[in-house]
Design a protein around this ligand. Sequence first.
Ligand code: HPA
Ligand code: ZN
Length: 346
Amino acid sequence: MTLLKPVSAERLPDLLKRMPKAELHMHIEGSLEPELMFALAARNGLSVPYADVQALRRAYVFGNLQEFLDVYHEGTLVLCTEQDFYDMAWAYLQRAAADHVLHTEIFFDTQTHTGHGVSADVVINGLHRACLDAQGQLGVSASLILCFLRHLSEAEAFEALEQATPHLDKLVGVGLASSELGHPPEKFTRVFANARVLGLHLVAHAGEEGPPAYIWSALDALKVERIDHGVQAMKDPALVERLAKDQIPLTVCPLSNLKLRVFPTLATHNLGQMLDAGLVATVNSDDPAYFGGYINENFTQTFAALQLGAQHGYQLASNSFEASFIDKTAKLALQHRLDEFFETFE
Ligand code: HPA
Ligand code: ZN
């Protein structure tokens, strides 16, 4: 990359918003806005246990990951039909397009939904149809990553993988989500090995609340290609060295970390230190309907709090394309669009 033209502090938010980018860490169930939640509940003859949208939003105050997951799980109960999953994903994809996301790899899980009687087929078919329409109508490429729920058993993860196997062509990878503490990655070593044999890419949440040891085992036992969150890695210099040497991408979610109290303030977030250490960090929204913002909000708030500049923006966007699971030619094309944007930005 050539040297960037200077960008004033006033112009920086606009640059960050319009900059081409990829999003690699966003749980589709976490994009379900209260308005749509109420609408889907009404359509399905269900009720939401809050008086209205405002009351629901007021409940979005969390002390830690588990407190969030409990509320998040309640929200998923309104999702019943293939159309519900389509509508939820389509709403996110339109938001992503508005934020100049050119490519997104969407997390979803089936275990939450099969747990209350909705089949994996319904979930995957609805989400996949929205991904196809995103390419056709929005020019956004979108793929799906099936997350296993780590608080459930290995046998249940195997079952989820088996139910998804008829839909392999609709998936790009598997991941690992839900309650981290007390559920180290190695519990799922055999499931991830099977997913790898099926040709799927591998990622896992590690080092969000959990210790650096969970990042080591995600790498060495699960053999993941990216780490989701990974912010706790900075406590372990040998791990930082490993992540830098192997250029393992980290999908960082600053507003999530703030809302789940991983960091007390955005100004104390370690994203800048990660970049300084040569890590392939990216910025993502995690669960935007719950954490107060989509990807551009994550960029602008974090850059303001940490006093990052245009060069960091370029690096993070470039990392997002590099870290994605698209082929080499598509990566080059996206990098080219990024370079062109920075060269012509006024
Ligand atoms: N961490 C773990 N599991 C999740 C998250 C998260 O931030 N969001 C949705 N499922
Ligand atoms: Zn997540």
